[in-house]
Ligand binder design. Structure first.
Ligand code: ATP
Length: 783
């Protein structure tokens, strides 16, 4: 017997309806499985479920400053070289102020010499002025250059850090499922660029203003103290008024960012789904949708420019009204002969410097409003990413605190001889779902655990077969730890809105295969999602006797990466990850000797992971032929002349697809031509048929190094003819990879050792039944 069900259950999965509110009322979104307590009716329409939209911008200065420091500090704390570079830019900023002060005095002497009609002094002052220009201008230029360079380095660092968080622990998937933040792509790209550029620019402007203020205040105060006092009063009043007038700009800028991103995303979706839209003749619908999004962006922008216009009235009057003041105030002193003519110019210059410094908020209010919106959006994103990672870690802790896998193995052995199990009878309360415990095993531990489990199984099997309520009378011929062990598994949709299957128990031994069948929407893919760790809402446990990296998933529509044919065939580059993983984990705190411990969903390959070289071109070609994709290689190989040219220039690679169109075997190609074909880049998602994409998915599975222990196939042959499907399953069975398939075709039974059949119970729930399939069929099929 190939499959070892554990206990008999009958009936349907049914919900206990709860009158609790849909979601927790906390602002912070909770992902932990306990959030199901906040769920209500199974059939709650989606529209009732609050989709997490951005809360809108925060105009609370405390919140914005908190987010600003949270975003800005890490770079300067962690990068010592950046601190030195910043010191250099600050030094140049100080130098620009020094140059300005020098020019202030040069200007005074220049105009005094002019008014004195002293030609010799005038020429001398002119020379000094020109020398000042020659030396001073480079200071400004270099300050601007090094500031931009530093902002760019900061941007790169911050983007890489955000990418590392976003693209680890499947955080991107969780954020997308929860709709917690909108347009992460835009936040990672343009928001980060704006943030680093503006943060550095504004900080240095503030610093410059402070130094400028001190320097020129002294000058102006010396010339005429009442003028200085009038200026301070004028600017304080103006700043208060501009802050009040510019407050709504923060909201408008925040919304503008989001609406522009929505519009851009709409266009990206048209490009990505061009063929489907074209088949549907959906141009008009798409245009209408995009028009709506554009309209939203335009309306908001209209509000933005109107608010800017109102603010501009104020700032322009503010700026120009006061221009004549210094000359008017100081002129009587000149008429009385108390000051030289050059002092009028000097006071005008000092006055303008101070006015600019103390009016910084007024002049920069629009930039500050835009910056606040960016800080808010980025801070919100950063918090969401960090909180999701923390939730993943909590999950991992809980998995560690759960029952050890070995005791499960013993329990499994107690009923291991029952071949047919049906279930799904228990009423399942959404509030009572603590979350699925998913455990992967470290690869190095797999062998040891397998033999220990085999001993435990042998010791307990005979004593416990009498307790089985199963209809099966035979005994298992399989020993050792199951590759996949499912106990009392209940799977619910994210945020626990809907319970799919309940109480599932099954074991899959290494070398076995399971076919999951059932009507559309029954929860077949959801079961795979739970095994892969994408969904964790529910109850029960899943133990995988392999490392997480040793489980590979083949979706119905494989993801086509950007890149060459080789990139497609080798995706995901497990061999590279293994190498990086082993380097990383070698220095981690996890002891390599702890080989018996199970790992949580976040555990990757162990330190002892072998270095695996990537498959050679010859291997890739032979696997492509095996999955009947050899024609792709010949199609994209350069023709005779192209090949000669490629060889002549030592390149051999082609980036544009030169179509041969033939079906000659790739083995007839030269190594250079085959390499060029594998290096060809194209828009694979639109240039390959779905069946070809599915076969490419199979090629990835067969080329993965090290070879996966378990493959999860979700209707991975739905677009293929039955002969090709049979051929692929035979190759897979011969490869020694165990697999779980989801499919609808009855012919699939021929290639699996057991069947998990899901059926609707007529009351909105699902019943399940596990039964062995004829081993003879499988054997015949794999010959
Ligand atoms: N992200 C999600 N959030 C909420 N419900 C979901 C989500 N994804 C799927 N569902 C629901 O879960 C149920 C099971 O979906 P699943 O994809 O597992 O079905 P399936 O049996 O694989 O169907 P099919 O044969 O059509 O692929 C469906 O009712 C589906 O609408």
């Amino acid at each position: 017997m190939l499959l070892m069900p554990q206990k008999a259950l009958r009936g349907s999965a049914r919900l206990t309806r709860s009158t609790r509110p849909l979601r927790p009322t906390q602002k912070t979104w909770r992902w932990s499985p306990t959030s199901v307590a906040g769920a209500t009716k199974q059939s709650a329409p989606l529209a009732l479920v609050p989709k997490k939209k951005p809360d809108g911008p925060s105009t609370d200065l405390g919140v914005i400053l908190g987010r600003l420091s949270q975003l800005a500090l890490p770079y300067w704390q962690e990068e010592k070289s950046a601190r030195w570079k910043l010191a250099g830019v600050v030094g140049l900023t100080l130098a620009t102020t020094a140059v300005s002060v020098v020019f202030n005095f040069l200007g005074r002497d220049f105009f005094t010499a002019l008014s004195d009609k002293d030609e010799v002094a005038f020429k001398y002052q002119l020379m000094k002025y020109l020398a000042g220009f020659a030396l001073g201008i480079p200071v400004f230029v270099f300050k601007s250059y090094f500031q931009s360079k530093l902002a760019l380095e900061w941007r790169q660092w911050m983007t890489e850090r955000l990418l590392a968080e976003y693209l680890s622990e499947r955080t991107f998937y969780g954020l997308q499922q929860s709709a917690e933040v909108d347009n992460p792509d835009q936040r990672i790209t343009s928001d980060v660029a704006t943030f680093t550029d503006t943060a550095l620019g504004l900080s240095l402007t503030l610093l410059n203003a402070a130094i400028d203020l001190v320097s020129f205040s002294g000058i102006l105060f010396t010339i005429y103290p009442p003028l200085f006092a009038a200026l301070v009063l004028y600017s304080v009043g103006g700043t208060a008024a501009s802050v009040a007038l510019g407050k709504n700009l923060v909201t408008l800028n925040f919304n503008q960012e989001a609406r522009e991103a929505d519009f851009r995303y709409g266009l990206v979706r048209v490009r990505e789904n061009a063929e489907s839209i074209a088949f549907y003749d959906g141009d008009q619908d798409e245009r209408a949708l995009l028009k709506l999004r554009l309209q939203a962006a335009v309306e908001n922008y209209m509000g933005l420019i109107t608010a800017s216009r109102n603010l501009d009235f104020f700032t322009s009057y503010y700026r120009y009204l006061i221009q004549l003041l210094p000359a008017a105030v100081v002129a009587p002193l000149f008429f009385q002969g108390k000051i030289d003519f050059g002092v009028i110019n000097q006071s005008q210059s000092a006055f303008n410097h101070i006015l600019n410094d103390v009016s910084l908020v007024i002049y920069q209010i629009e930039a500050l409003a835009g910056f606040s919106a960016v800080v808010d959006r980025l801070g919100e994103f950063d918090e969401a990413v960090v909180s999701r990672r923390a939730q993943q870690q909590q999950l991992a802790e809980r998995a560690k605190a759960g029952a050890p896998a070995d005791s499960d193995v013993a329990a499994a052995a107690a009923t291991s001889s029952a071949p047919v199990v049906v279930g799904g009878d228990d009423e399942t309360s959404l509030a009572a779902l603590p979350g699925i415990e998913l455990r992967f095993q470290a690869a190095a531990a797999a062998d040891a655990a397998s033999s220990a489990a085999a001993a435990a199984t042998a010791a307990t099997a005979s004593a416990s077969t009498s307790t089985s309520t199963s209809t099966h009378t035979g005994s298992s011929s399989h020993h050792g730890r199951p590759l996949l062990q499912v106990r009392d598994l209940t799977v619910a949709t994210p945020r626990g809105r809907n319970v799919l299957l309940t109480g599932l128990d099954l074991d899959l031994m290494s070398g076995q295969s399971l076919l999951v069948m059932g009507p559309s929407g029954a929860g077949k893919t959801s079961l795979l999602r739970a095994v892969a760790g994408l969904w964790s809402e529910g109850r029960g446990s899943i133990d995988v006797g392999a490392a997480r990296d040793d489980v590979m998933f083949l979706p119905q529509r494989p993801y086509m990466v950007l890149g060459s044919l080789r990139d497609q065939a080798l995706y995901p580059r497990r061999h590279t990850q293994q190498q990086e993983g082993s380097t990383a984990t070698a220095s981690s705190s996890a002891p390599a000797s702890d080989s018996s411990s199970t790992s949580s969903t976040s555990t990757s390959s162990p330190a002892a992971a072998p270095l695996v070289p990537p498959p050679s071109d010859a291997e890739i070609l032979s696997v492509l032929e095996l999955v009947q994709l050899g024609h792709l290689v010949t199609r994209y190989a350069p023709d005779a002349e192209g090949e000669a040219a490629g060889t002549a220039n030592g390149n051999g690679a082609s980036t544009s697809a030169t179509t041969r169109g033939g079906h000659a075997s790739p083995s007839s190609l030269s190594a250079a031509a085959a390499k060029a074909a594998l290096d060809t880049s194209a828009d694979w998602a639109s240039s390959l048929s779905l069946g070809e994409q599915q076969r490419l998915g199979w090629a990835r599975l067969l080329l993965a190094r090290p070879q996966p222990a378990l493959a999860l196939l979700d209707e991975a042959t739905s677009a293929l003819d039955q002969d090709t499907e049979a051929r692929l399953y035979k190759v897979l069975a011969q490869s020694g990879i165990s697999y779980v398939s989801v499919g609808h075709r009855s012919t699939l039974r021929d290639f699996h050792s057991a069947l998990l059949q899901l059926r609707p119970d007529g009351a909105g729930g699902v019943t399940w039944e596990v039964r062995p399939l004829e081993a003879a069929q499988v054997a015949a099929a794999t010959q």
